[in-house]
Design a protein around this ligand. Sequence first.
Ligand code: TXE
Length: 521
Amino acid sequence: MADVITKTSPVSGEKLAEFPITAPEEVEAAVSRARQAFAAWSARPVEQRLATLMKLQVEILARGEDYAARISQDTGKPLVDSLLTELMSIPLFLSHYRKLAPKVLRRRKVATPLYFPGKKSYIEYFPMGVVGVISPWNFPFQLSMVPVISALIAGNTVVLKPSELTPISGEIARELFGLLDLPAGTVEVIQGDGRTGAALCRAEVDKIFFTGSVATGRKVMAAAADKPIPVELELGGKDAMIVCADANLLRAAKGAVWGGLLNCGQVCTSVERIFVESAVFERFVELLEQELAAVRVGGPDERADMGPLVFAGQLETVERHVREARAAGARVVAGGERLDRPGQFYAPTLLLDVTPEMSVYREETFGPVLPLIRVDSVDEAIRLANAHSFGLTASVWTADRARGLSIASRLECGQVMVNDVLSSVGNPALPFGGVKSSGFGRYHGPDGLLTFVHTKAIMVSGDKAASEPFWFPYEKKYADMLETFRFMLGGKLLKALGPLRRLNRINAEAQAARERRPDKG
Ligand code: TXE
């Protein structure tokens, strides 16, 4: 097992740095440090935990550009993407949770059904313990920091394993948490590949939050089953875009290009299947070609719209999908090849005549490729969109927002946007996650805190009465117990007062008789 990660530039291919891989025994040690920190960190009131974490906001707003430049070095993405879609998500979530978290996490009183007279009911939450966060390379900073911060706010301590493909972003996380007043061990960052990730899953963690591929998600879940501990799986997507005949086609074309090519298409919620109603198909293709031709491709210092693929493996996947689509009859009307320059650059690509049998339709391409499918009706588009193993995000484009909302309700996925793409993942008020092979669990919004706590029910009774109507002894109570249940379940609560009084009287008589007995056994 190589003991270092060698990081190379996705833009130039040159070697940037080496990062020591955390050995399995060191993974255990990191988890035990996080375990030791748990008592002190979880004992802090949530307002205090938030106040400590808010210092990240100050630091990121003060030195965001420096951090963004390093994330762009790590991924090759344009500086504006590193700033807006990676870094600024943290202040956004912190500001949102600062107001929301105390409300979501505090104990709350809930209504007690009338057939529990005199009782009071509460719901309370408590942190899980040590959370393992395993993150991917496409948004290496945001997809590490948001789950880590959410878990911390909920009172857990965290061991983070960033992707071996983007270790620089992992080091930024380590540096940022090192600036905070945290008990030692509250946040541990370990570096390494799948073996380090597997070691983390085997270690004594209390929950695993995983973002990555379906194949690896299955391995993580299998490892968690050995304990068993809860997992959240944020996996891939093959997001559908439905363009209705009445849509603003120019807006939809611009949305398709940004939604499909942001981060060079390496987004789990990237547009990866575009269904267009026949009546507007040709016009939409023209607009797409214009928009694609205007996309500037290059490295972070080239003022580009779109950078390279993060690693060679992803470039090979994209090339394979396009090659296989071509061989199966798809038409390449734009792009369709890597750019002739150092680094992993691929041309913005538009495919027509794509069919559900093609790999570019079935599998997550995770690259700058827009496959178009002509449909005769919106119903056909909805049927095709749903007939897929993935179910993460979708978008619907129509002039009629009410119709867009009703189409959204028919789509089997975790998020839908009407006349927009991607942005709901940046809305801290909305839950995020997938269905089917896109995974399960939700984070962001209130769910993003509740996914990192256990729920506790509390019911409180007074202690004045010496007993309860349904407690022992049962002798002579049977008829009244049944009658009480019948009245209560039938909603005739006042009628239940009679048999309840008799049950309490039987209890009192039984107690009095016991006290009269000389043995009082
Ligand atoms: O993901 P992996 P990769 C998809 C995308 C991409 C494919 C593969 O299609 O082409 O996944 O990307 C760690 N136990 N997405 O290879 O392998 C690994 O070190 C525990 C979509 O990067 O899933 C890394 O930190 N951990 C996704 C993390 O898992 C293990 C974003 C993700 O790696 C492990 C990324 C194991 N056995 C890729 N093996 C999205 N939904 O955004 C690996 N890891």
